[in-house]
Write a protein that binds this ligand. Structure first.
Ligand code: FE2
Length: 173
């Protein structure tokens, strides 16, 4: 029983790492869908493409952390986490204000990721796993930079959208 209690924090840490891995898979899917559709927002498209590559590297980083814990990443485990449904609802490809909805959703998603990495940092420090803490710190900095970039661009993106609407140009993506 004592052993079980001692292993529980480690178990939650590993669960947290798997959840973050599933989260990055969702990020990659969301970003891929968005950059494929974007045509009229080149600056936004370039930043999303850069973050797509960052997200792939973040997911690899999590796989490496799991390997140092002798945890093989399992796709099956990820499927059971039930994260997919919620985040898939963030895709707004049919909306006439698609670019606005995606901007708001991306802002929300980045902050979810920030919270996830902050929690992983606390867990890895509690467990005493510096490699995991360093990996989560690196990803956290990238998510914060992305969130700050979106934050700065919310007004501009909205204005460009309305300008294009007023001019009768394609504005939604
Ligand atoms: Fe990410």
């Amino acid at each position: 029983m004592g052993k079980l209690i001692a292993d529980e924090p480690r178990m939650f840490y590993i669960t947290g790492l798997h959840n973050a891995h599933a989260m990055e898979t969702q990020a990659i899917q969301l970003l891929t869908r968005q950059v494929e559709r974007l045509e009229n927002y080149p600056e936004l498209e370039a930043r999303l493409r850069a973050h797509l590559e960052e997200s792939k590297a973040q997911r690899t980083r999590l796989e490496e952390v799991l390997q140092t814990l002798d945890e093989q990443h399992s796709a099956l485990k990820e499927a059971v986490l039930g994260l997919g449904g919620n985040i898939a609802a963030l895709a707004h490809t049919a909306a006439s204000d698609e670019i606005i909805k995606n901007t708001l959703a991306n802002y929300m998603f980045e902050h979810f990721e920030i919270a996830a990495y902050k929690s992983l940092i606390a867990m890895s420090e509690f467990i005493g796993h510096p490699a995991g803490a360093a990996a989560a710190q690196a990803s956290l900095r990238e998510e914060e930079a992305m969130a700050a970039w979106i934050d700065e661009r919310i007004g501009t993106t909205t204005t460009i959208f309305l300008e294009r609407v007023s001019a009768g140009e394609t504005a939604d993506h």
